[in-house]
Design a binder for this molecule. Sequence first.
Ligand SMILES: *Cc1c(COP(=O)(O)O)cnc(C)c1O
Length: 431
Amino acid sequence: MVIERFPEKVWLSSPTMHGDEKKYMLEAYETNWMSTVGENINELERLLSGYIGIEHGVALSSGTAALHLAVKLAAERLYGSSSGVSTPDGLGRGGSLYGRRVFCSDMTFDATVNPVVYEGGEPVFIDTEYDTWNMSPEALEQAFVLYPDVKLVIMAHLYGTPGKIEEIRAVCDAHKALLIEDAAESLGATYRGRQTGVFGDYSIISFNGNKIITGSSGGMLLCHSQEDADKARKWSTQSREAAPWYQHEELGYNYRMSNVIAGVVRGQFGYLSEHIGQKKRIYERYREGFKDLPVEMNPFDASASRPNFWLSCLLIDRDAMCESVRSENRFFYKSESGKSCPDEILEALGNLNAEGRPIWKPMHMQPVYRSHGFVTAGGNGRAKTNAYIERTEVPDVGADIFRRGLCLPSDNKMTQKQQDVIIEIVRGCFE
Ligand SMILES: *Cc1c(COP(=O)(O)O)cnc(C)c1O
């Protein structure tokens, strides 16, 4: 079969607009609410928090900004507002988490963990589990043995598949730690009948351009108390006090969502379940198309969770991996019949004009975080990482999924025909 390159690129996950977005954007324009206040923002906060089933939502400029404020709220609750190195001005230096460790998902986008460092804290990475590709509750339990003083955990629900959030919540409760849920990728996914985003003390969603619904950018902080929501709104608008002039008692940020962007997300919201349905069908067609290949799809526990299927991913069986190596910025593989590897498949997809992506490279493997702690279900993961160099054995779950996995084109505008061609191309890699 001769396969021709797609004339139009098939994306990993691109924005899908419907028309309602334009209506709310234009409303903002025509009523001159071209600002960070307005009806779209209020409505979006009401709609989203209601849908998720949490008391409060605060619309912000990005998921990362939401994570930053979530981290600040948690730190203030745990350590007080004057943590950091105390300075004569009373503002402190070094951030609200100065000198504190925070347990974080390891296999995730770096936006999950960077806000810890913005606040002077030190992320310690918790290994992944094979069941859901999210934070391992066993590894988290181990981490509390190694670092009993830690009081904050940040976990992400990757690719729209809920992690074992109730188990993780239970471990946090047992150690009196607060939990931040990074639901940036998982809007609409449920675990035991409840939406991701309700389990954490604080949670966040992202409306970045490639997420399941988008505002081009944007994010939302979810929290349980009016006091926290008010504080986040205040911090996000430069921390103005109630006074006739610009009065400031604490540091502020410019993190509020624009009313124009809120209009786009407000318009998208009505299509969330349609998008989830489309993504689910994409996942199921891939699963069917690959059922006799030595691969598995990104897994989920069908009895406990309902993913939003944001990205469809593949994991190649260990014994079907062709020889391959990755340096920090290059790869090499040797084509073998009956075998393949992520880089071979990604290259083939690229030649077809379709966009795939490697799995998030684990944080403990990132140069920027190489000196940070890393804990696996077996204990100190760093000791094993060193063994890896000596014995060329894959030492942890995250490194293994990164080595054998990839994200497939998962755009909800991809036609069935295009997906069939993509399936053929992937199958061809194993011939
Ligand atoms: C997209 C994403 C974020 C950040 O969201 P932005 O809106 O891009 O700042 C955080 N965590 C995860 C897991 C994400 O995928």
